[in-house]
Design a protein around this ligand. Structure first.
Ligand SMILES: [Zn+2]
Length: 378
């Protein structure tokens, strides 16, 4: 059957429009058709002629084949949502539409490949606190004491895909979507500072371990995932001594050792009762005044945070199935540019802030702790 005699998949029309941030009437204006036609086409009640589909393809920058892709869409796991209530609706819609397209791609990859993975342990947060769960996980999978070297590789050993999302929208941090057969995709903003990236990954891991079988979303899940992440990245028994007598310089140095933000270290110190409430508030206010809430002066440099599983999948298609770019584009119904930007450029964006160097030359700190010594010696 030629493409011209088939009907488009209405879902694909909706996704294409949403990824470009357009409303139905805006798309109708661009195509010079009525809003009613677009509305009906998106419900599958009206057929678009091939001329309109070609125009759509050019305007929205998707190959014609995209609109005819009949793959089923994954249901989205809204209960594992990081709350994005403050994000404007159109922006969130565009991000989610893009993620749905990525999920369709991953589904296509998974149906063609088999891979080994370790079974992930799910814990009951009614039986153990989120912090205890984090310690159980560190113990069960034999993580060495101290900072977690790579949260990404830890997550990937369970066959979970860490998917870097190239968005400049700073409000989007991360989102986990469960697939069938205990598979998950963890989407994370690839342009985040590394400290936030690591915390977000640990937070999403918390959701997978603690909230796997929950069917409805509860406000407490995000707090539980945050507590899990804090304890997973900064276990009390290892960080205890470091978190006492905090000041701003010590926080900056500890950040380089623990690879978490100064803010997370400060919060952790309060969680563990190592800092008085007034000291916490004054340090927090001081950091806000210096603008650290939007950007801290030092960023972690963690080359280990590299998503490799998805990279392996692409490489397997190339090596074992002799896929070239055209084959990938045909399989995924995407443009070459899109494929290159999305799947051949998977690293997180490393941003080594110039302030990293300057900060310490201006600092008069005389801190002395095991963690700090470690940083200086490495
Ligand atoms: Zn969350």
């Amino acid at each position: 059957m030629s493409i011209d005699t088939k009907s488009i998949n209405p879902q694909m029309l909706i996704l294409a429009r949403q990824t470009r941030g357009l409303k139905q009437h805006e798309l109708a204006d661009l195509l010079d058709v009525s809003q009613g036609l677009i509305s009906k086409a998106e419900k599958g009640l009206s057929k678009l002629n091939e001329g309109i589909v070609r125009k759509l393809s050019v305007l929205l920058n998707y190959p014609v084949s995209f609109f005819y892709d009949q793959s089923a869409l994954y249901p989205f796991g809204f209960y594992l949502y990081r709350k994005y209530s403050s994000m404007p609706k159109g922006q969130l819609e565009a991000i989610v539409a893009n993620l749905k397209i990525n999920l369709m791609h991953i589904h296509k990859f998974f149906t063609m490949l088999e891979f080994d993975k370790e079974q992930i342990l799910h814990l009951n947060v009614e039986e153990n606190t989120p912090e205890e769960c984090a310690y159980l996980i560190r113990e069960k999978y034999k993580l060495p004491p101290g900072p977690v070297k790579s949260v990404t590789s830890f997550i990937e050993r369970f066959g979970i895909i860490v998917f870097p999302v190239n968005t400049r929208n700073r409000m989007f941090a991360g989102l986990t979507v469960p697939l069938e057969d205990e598979n998950y995709v963890v989407f994370v903003n690839k342009n985040m500072p590394h400290d936030r990236l690591r915390f977000t990954l640990a937070h999403e891991l918390g959701h997978i371990i603690l909230h796997n079988n929950k069917k409805v979303f509860s406000d407490r899940y995000d707090d539980e995932a945050n507590l899990f992440a804090s304890a997973f990245l900064m276990p009390e028994y290892d960080i205890e001594e470091d978190l006492k007598d905090l000041d701003i310089d010590k926080l900056a140095l500890l950040k380089l050792y623990w690879n978490v933000s100064m803010a997370s270290l400060l919060v952790r110190s309060r969680q563990l009762g190592f800092i008085t409430e007034s000291k916490y508030v004054s340090l927090y206010k001081y950091m806000s005044k210096l603008g650290y809430r939007s950007e801290e002066p030092v960023d972690c440099v963690v080359p280990e945070e590299n998503p490799e599983f998805l990279e392996d999948i692409i490489a397997t298609f190339q090596n074992d199935l002799s896929y070239d770019i055209t084959n990938f584009c045909n399989l995924l119904c995407c443009t070459e540019n899109y494929f290159r930007n999305t799947y051949l450029n998977l690293s997180f964006n490393m941003k080594i802030l110039a302030e990293n160097r300057n900060y310490f030359s201006h600092s008069n700190s005389k801190v002395n702790s095991s963690a700090v010594k470690n940083v200086l010696e490495n």
